[in-house]
Design a protein around this ligand. Structure first.
Ligand code: NAD
Length: 342
């Protein structure tokens, strides 16, 4: 079957990354871009792409089947609705919209028109997340009862629209939407309680980081932490299971999985000197009590985002990123803003 002809709306950092790195040409053919900025238009022309003069021109071009919305967050809703009404299939970057009511308006038009609307929650394919998902599903370190997920940067918020509330800036909407999506997709249980706090260390009008605790009805406790003023980073993942623990330091999968051996004849831990005191409780496990297992890359058992998009549009396949899942994530984000304040 022929590739899906797509126009990229918003040819900035992520729009051009889609075109250069993510979109498989055999499935999706980038026929052009539309962007309000001259610099982005020039960059696209240099890349040999057709530059549309207006959104209407894109929508009136019947040879265009789909659009990718990769603009700042505050215009995702209007652009997505216009494209759906214009008869296009739509991929929208995350966060899908500024809040649930904006998303609901998009989903209403998607249902009305019957056109595909899919959100690019690409971090479901991240290698570090796939390792944690594998541990969760296969139980290599037993049932996971605590999951800590972090991203720590030291460069503050990039100095553009991400610093401005009106454009949907701030780290909860930026990285939070990824990490919350991963956790809600992973833990198959309703949320029982939550607590959250934002940081404003750099004095921006939007959060430069946050901490979110979620406790699920099945007993799983999760912590999500994003920081942009961390000159030393904590691991991306630290998870504890009934039979071990795992730590993934970074996206390169450095870290360790430690599995308890539970041998019957293990020697009881001996007290150790700790600081100026003595402890048996905090003594490390003896070498026989645990074994270290290498972290191996886990290949997803589901197709890539673009393969799935292609199959959804052409073959009526089920989307991997479902709109009701995206809505749950945004609902939680709305709830955090309501709980903590902006
Ligand atoms: P950016 O500022 O680099 O690019 C945005 C582009 O959109 C700019 O070229 C701007 O001129 C253009 N634009 C703004 N308003 C427009 C409009 N009304 N019509 C057409 N073009 C318009 O931003 P970015 O970093 O590329 O982020 C874009 C989107 O991608 C955001 O929603 C962001 O959250 C998302 N993103 C996702 C990932 C991911 O991994 N999924 C990574 C980075 C960014």
């Amino acid at each position: 079957m022929a590739a899906i002809r797509i126009v990229i709306i918003g040819y900035g950092g992520m729009g051009s990354y889609h075109q250069k790195e993510l979109i498989p040409q055999e499935l999706v053919d980038v026929v052009g871009i539309y962007d309000i900025a001259q610099t982005a238009q020039d960059k696209a022309r240099e890349a040999g792409l057709t530059v549309y003069d207006s959104l209407e021109q894109v929508l009136n071009d019947e040879s265009v089947e789909a659009v990718l919305v990769a603009t700042p967050n505050d215009v995702h809703q209007d652009l997505s609705i216009a494209a759906l009404r214009g008869g296009k299939q739509v991929i929208c970057e995350k966060p899908v919209a500024m809040n649930v009511s904006e998303l609901d308006a998009i989903l209403e038009v998607a249902a009305e028109t019957g056109n595909t609307f899919m959100v690019h929650q690409n971090r479901r394919w991240d290698p570090d997340f796939l390792v944690i998902r594998d541990l969760y599903q296969k139980g290599q370190i037993g049932d996971l009862f605590q999951i800590e997920s972090r991203v720590h940067g030291a460069n503050g918020i990039p100095g553009d629209w991400r610093e401005q509330a009106a454009h949907g800036g701030g780290m909860l909407l930026d990285w939070g939407v990824h990490l919350i999506d991963q956790i809600l997709w992973l833990v198959d249980s309703p949320i029982k309680s939550m607590a959250a706090d934002f940081s404003y260390i750099l004095g921006n009008e939007v959060d430069d980081g946050f901490i979110l605790y979620l406790t699920f009805e099945n007993g799983t406790r999760t912590l999500i932490e994003v920081g942009t003023t961390n000159f030393s980073q904590l691991p991306c993942w630290y998870v504890k299971g009934l039979n071990g623990a795992a730590k993934i330091e970074d996206w390169d999968l450095s870290g360790e999985i430690v599995v308890a051996t539970h041998q019957d004849d293990l020697v009881a831990p001996k007290p150790i000197k700790a600081g100026v005191g003595l402890t048996k409780t905090m003594a490390p496990p003896s070498e026989e009590a645990t074994k270290k297992v290498a972290i191996n890359e886990i290949l997803p058992e589901f197709p890539s985002f673009y393969q799935n998009f292609y199959d959804v549009v052409k073959n009526d396949a089920a989307p991997i990123v479902k709109n009701e899942e995206v809505r749950k994530v945004l609902y939680l984000i709305d709830s955090v803003f309501e709980l903590v304040g902006h």
